[in-house]
Design a binder for this molecule. Structure first.
Ligand code: MTE
Length: 325
């Protein structure tokens, strides 16, 4: 059964409830339900949520800042962390943008990643062992949401190809299936039963081993703030942002292509390939321009979000596929 729910990107931005009003209303309702509105936010919540606290207590903090890889350049300014850290999509913590405080409830240590499916040997790897095994670097990437806003972020992490090599998939593996943690006790969004939790995303092996596919462990020169998807998230900047799954706990290699989270909800709007293309509108709005969050300016969208030189070859001869939706 297809259940229609209202998501942030289902309405034009001009019609959306202003975020501060939305948050205030939610806080009020939550506070009233809890019997004490005064207890709603601890005084240190703001400090916790900015990301400044991300490095504190992180066992890999000594690895940051990592050297910047200058191969990946930007045509725009980096978006300040004060903006990117307070404007997030992380539906596990709410279906609005102001989840940065709620996300601080996620315990990111200990954290294990299961690697299974079509691999030589199934394994569970501790996140700190994994991070120390990989060679961290910083990359400046554009980030384009299907909702038509965009940012530019200095991610730190390692090429996904290095992870795939580490996982040793069998020759029959064609897809990489990634899964986010599942814990409705800390993530209230996961109590919304009409969503097909846990969040799942899928890449082909060719996409996952493309040089741009990046597994993120840090941002802004320190371990990743929780709202960005700590301690391990994906960045595939040529695709719409919903492909960049957060807080990964499992990576399975498969010869089948399961439906991703948004594909299950509305496959005609959030397809498997989801490559950025200004000429292919979302069924309910144009993708011709994007709103750059730093300045608020509308700028033209670029095909493959400007990364065609790296990825266009992946899609040659696939004319029958809905590559851009
Ligand atoms: N991953 C999980 N687990 N849950 C989510 O709700 N939202 C996606 C993606 N990854 C999402 C997710 C969407 S729609 C976008 S645009 C990006 O995360 C947002 O990343 P950001 O908050 O770091 O900008």
């Amino acid at each position: 059964m297809h259940i229609r729910t209202r998501r942030g990107w289902e309405i034009p931005e001009s019609l959306a409830t202003p975020e501060d009003m939305f948050v205030n209303r939610r806080t009020l309702i939550k506070g009233l339900a809890a019997g004490s509105i005064l207890a709603a936010s601890p005084p240190f919540a703001a400090a916790l949520s900015t990301g400044a606290a991300a490095a504190e207590g992180d066992p890999t903090a000594d690895l940051y800042p990592a050297p910047r890889n200058l191969r990946y350049t930007l045509d725009r300014e980096i978006t300040p962390e004060e903006i990117t850290g307070k404007y997030n999509n992380f539906y596990e913590f709410g279906s609005h943008k102001q989840i940065h405080q709620a996300a601080q409830r996620l315990e990111t240590r200990p954290w294990a990643v299961v690697i299974d499916g079509l691999v030589e040997k199934q394994m569970t790897v501790d996140i700190d062992d994994l991070i120390r095994r990989m060679s961290l670097e910083e990359r400046l990437y554009r980030h384009r949401c299907v909702e038509a806003w965009s940012m530019a972020i200095p991610w730190t992490g390692f090429p996904m190809k290095d992870f795939v090599d580490f996982a040793r998939p069998l020759s029959g593996a064609r897809y990489v299936v990634m899964e986010t943690f599942m814990d409705p006790k800390v993530a209230p969004g996961q109590r919304q039963f009409w969503y097909p939790w846990p969040y799942v995303e899928v890449l082909t092996i060719e996409e996952a081993t493309n040089e741009l596919a990046f597994l993120v462990t840090g941002a802004y020169g320190k371990p990743t703030a929780k709202q960005f998807g700590a301690p391990l998230r994906l960045a595939v900047p040529w695709k719409y942002g919903f492909k960049s799954i957060k807080s990964i706990v499992r990576v399975s290699f498969s010869d089948q292509r399961p439906k991703s989270f948004w594909e299950q909800l509305a496959g005609n709007e959030y397809g498997f390939w989801a490559n950025v293309n200004p000429a292919v509108p979302h069924p309910r709005w144009s993708q011709a321009t994007e709103r750059f969050l730093t300045t608020g300016d509308r700028i033209p969208t670029q095909i493959y979000n400007g990364y065609g030189e790296f990825v266009a070859d992946l899609y040659t001869g696939m004319d029958g596929e809905r590559l851009f939706m």
